[in-house]
Unconditional design. Structure first.
Length: 204
């Protein structure tokens, strides 16, 4: 009888220990989950620029391949720099610029094309970041990312490789009179890095 009592007592104390442990674990879970949102609030800037770039790049490729290349090859409509007056299609670079102007109206972020083999003088790498980043991207084929301070404001900036994804990119650039004159020995092939897409995300 005594030994049965001792067993019950032992079991009882084990049960209490278990309950105490369970409460402690529950408390830990609740207090951790309470803190979790503040830790994960906001997405890291390097991830945000990756997302933005994915969309810009996808739309650029789709427009070049399925509109410019398709309509050009079939002779339905060509592209030209003076597309509005000539009733042609805008160049892929003009398309990107128009979209960049629209989307940066509220000052959320900016993006643009640059290249050391630029046709348009506005699009040569100009700042230290652009020069260093573009050189790096051409060497590695990988994006270049860095924090920048411009006029006292902090930006997370990135340059992604702008590659010749369509035969239209290669044909048009290699045969452009400005390209031929400025870079007579530079012939792009499919897959080559032709320049970069630069993104500047304000960190305010
Ligand atoms: C039909 C001709 C044409 C096609 C197709 C074309 N480009 Fe361009 N691209 C140009 C011209 C012209 C410019 C400069 C004029 C401007 O920016 O308004 C330019 C600008 C650029 C620039 C900025 C540097 C510069 O040269 O001023 C890059 C980078 C670039 N193109 C890469 C590409 C890639 C990659 C593709 C394919 C996805 C492509 N281009 C398709 C004609 C073309």
């Amino acid at each position: 009888m005594n030994s049965i009592n001792t067993n019950w007592r032992q079991l009882g104390s084990k049960f209490i220990v278990l309950i105490v442990l369970a409460v402690a674990v529950l408390f830990a879970i609740v207090s951790c989950s309470g803190k979790a949102p503040s830790k994960t609030q906001g997405i890291a800037p390097e991830v945000v620029v990756d997302y933005l770039h994915k969309i810009i790049e996808a739309e650029r490729s789709v427009y070049t391949e399925h509109v410019v290349n398709r309509l050009g090859e079939s002779g339905v409509m060509k592209t030209s720099e003076n597309w509005k007056n000539e009733k042609n299609l805008p160049l892929p670079a003009q398309m990107l610029r128009m979209a960049a102007e629209e989307s940066s109206q509220d000052g959320a972020f900016t993006y643009r094309l640059i290249s050391p083999w630029n046709i348009n003088d506005e699009q040569s790498p100009k700042t230290e970041f652009e020069k260093k980043g573009m050189e790096n991207v051409i060497k590695t084929g990988e994006p270049f990312k860095e924090l920048q301070t411009i006029n006292g404001n902090q930006y997370f900036s990135a340059i992604y490789p702008d590659k010749a994804v369509s035969i239209a990119c290669v044909k048009c650039h290699n045969n452009h009179p400005v390209h031929k004159k400025r870079y007579p020995n530079k012939f792009f092939s499919i897959g080559d890095v032709m320049g970069g897409i630069e993104l500047n995300l304000p960190l305010k």
